[in-house]
Design a binder for this molecule. Structure first.
Ligand code: UGA
Length: 458
């Protein structure tokens, strides 16, 4: 065994956000020795303390248990001391944020800050793998930075993550593919393959893709772009179905039966989160940079924003533009169920619009109330956070459903109707059945299907 092989069982993960901590805990669960690093700031220290205490610094199903187990058995720890973590590692993973800059490009400041620290402290022959979603060319630029800062041989690699919030552990433990982008496939490909081997056991050979750094970076961008594109298409067709008599639930089933068409066919109030909005903007920026025809790309972001705000428009139209004094209950504040993440969520667009036009909002989310309060504020008279979904609808003029959380996908319709001032429901996630809603006496505007009005019948 060469010294690099010995060191390769020791991994440093820079950044303890979604990607970093999930990847770190999963690698530790396979017996690797993992040290996660965050910044020496009060927030960074707080996350490090939580991890070392065996707790998850974010809301993610199963993560607390995995961290607890791997910290207890000594395979996982966290620190704010980058030099200590990096010095002893054969493989360093960069998993820091790359938020959108104003021009749509991804801001790589944190990636290069991490790379500079790594250049200084890494062991010779260390692999430095970028898991953050970065602009095409970043891995090569990291390599150039290394050459300018150190005489040590370091191997920059692109190794994008494909985890989705809410299923992050399963996505990492059973990856749909592992992509490795390197100019030294013999050396680096072999060492990276060894690290990911326990996750690829019993899997087809083509689940591991070794390519050059640019292709690997492009795989990540294209994966999110294709999925986002499908959601935009889905939401556009769903909007048509609301007008032309088609029922998108049937259209979805009929379309999804074509195996060439993927699974991202559920309509909703636009896509949110930290990935699709940012990566679609980054792809559009790349097209402009390369001088590639990008007219249709330019419209995607605005279309997705429309798919969010149109749920405000629907409500405003229902009340003839007169929202003053109306109480609107909102179920769902996060960008999707199973997470406390509210980044770019529909609620963050719609609630301020409702408030601005004089409506009061009573919001409920099973996981994301605290994070939403940080963005939308707390203690205002026109926005209250309810203790449960039924409390939220008490005396409400209407209910708007923005996420399909398990907590409320089978609500008691009689109880709902009894609590509401008027039985009016706008459902941007298809959690209700229109027939049942009509029978139960509701006015019901679902996504991708026409309105039913059972108020007279009941
Ligand atoms: C997404 C990708 O799914 C991951 O593969 C990728 O690794 C990740 O971004 C990333 O780049 O790190 P995530 O943002 O966690 O993961 O969530 P998704 O489940 O993909 O949902 C994104 C948005 O699309 C949500 O607002 C969701 O409600 C919406 N969506 C999803 C729909 O409206 N319809 C669908 O059929 C699917």
């Amino acid at each position: 065994m060469t010294s690099a092989e010995g060191l390769d069982s020791r991994i440093a993960v820079i950044g303890t956000g979604y990607v970093g901590i999930v990847t770190g805990a999963c690698l530790a669960s396979k017996g690797l020795d993992v040290t996660c690093v965050d910044l020496p700031t009060p927030q960074g220290q707080e996350k490090v303390d939580l991890i070392n205490d065996g707790q998850a610094p974010i809301v993610e199903a199963g993560l607390g248990e995995l961290i607890g187990k791997t910290v207890r058995n000594g395979n996982l720890r966290a620190t704010t001391d980058l030099s200590m973590a990096v010095r002893r590692a054969g493989i360093v993973l960069i998993s820091v944020g790359t938020p959108s800059a104003v021009d749509g490009s991804a801001n790589t400041t944190y990636v290069f800050d991490a790379a500079r620290g790594i250049a200084e402290h890494a062991a010779p022959e260390a692999i430095v793998a970028t898991r953050s979603t970065v602009p095409v060319g970043t891995t090569r630029r990291i390599g150039q930075l290394f050459t300018s800062l150190t005489t040590k041989r370091l191997y920059p690699v692109s190794n994008p993550e494909f985890l989705a919030e809410g299923t992050a552990i399963a996505d990492t433990m059973k990856p749909s593919r592992v992509v490795i982008g390197t100019d030294s496939p013999e050396i680096v490909g072999t060492r990276m393959e060894r690290m990911w081997y326990p996750f690829l056991l019993n899997r087809a050979e083509h689940d591991l893709i070794i390519t050059n750094p640019e292709s690997s970076e492009m795989v990540k961008l294209n994966s999110n772009f294709q999925l986002a594109l499908q959601i935009i298409g889905t939401n556009t067709v769903a909007e048509m179905c609301e007008i032309n008599g088609a029922d998108y639930r049937h259209v979805q089933r009929g379309t999804g039966k074509d195996p060439r068409i993927g699974k991202f066919l559920s309509p909703g109030p636009g896509y949110g989160g930290s990935c699709f909005p940012k990566d679609v903007r980054a792809l559009e920026f790349l097209a402009r940079q390369l001088g590639v025809e990008s007219d249709f790309l330019r419209t995607l972001d605005a279309t997705n924003e429309w798919h969010k705000i149109r749920w405000y428009e629907k409500i405003a139209e229902f009340y003839g533009g007169e929202l003053v004094g109306k109480k609107i209950a909102v179920w769902g504040l996060s960008f999707k169920p199973g997470t406390d993440d509210v980044r770019e969520s529909a609620a963050l667009r719609i609630i301020p619009a409702l408030n601005q036009h004089g409506a009061h909002v009573s919001a409920f989310d099973p996981l994301a109330q605290q994070t939403a309060m940080k963005e939308l504020g707390n203690g205002r008279e026109n926005l209250v956070y309810a203790s449960d979904q039924y409390e939220a609808v008490r005396d409400a003029d209407a209910l708007l459903v923005l996420t399909n959380s398990d907590e409320y996908t089978r609500p008691n319709l009689g109880r709902l109707r009894g609590l509401m001032k008027s039985p009016i429901v706008f459902d941007a996630r298809s959690i209700f059945d229109p027939k049942e809603m009509q029978q139960a006496g509701f006015y019901y505007a679902g996504i991708g299907r026409g309105v039913v009005d059972g108020r007279q019948a009941a």
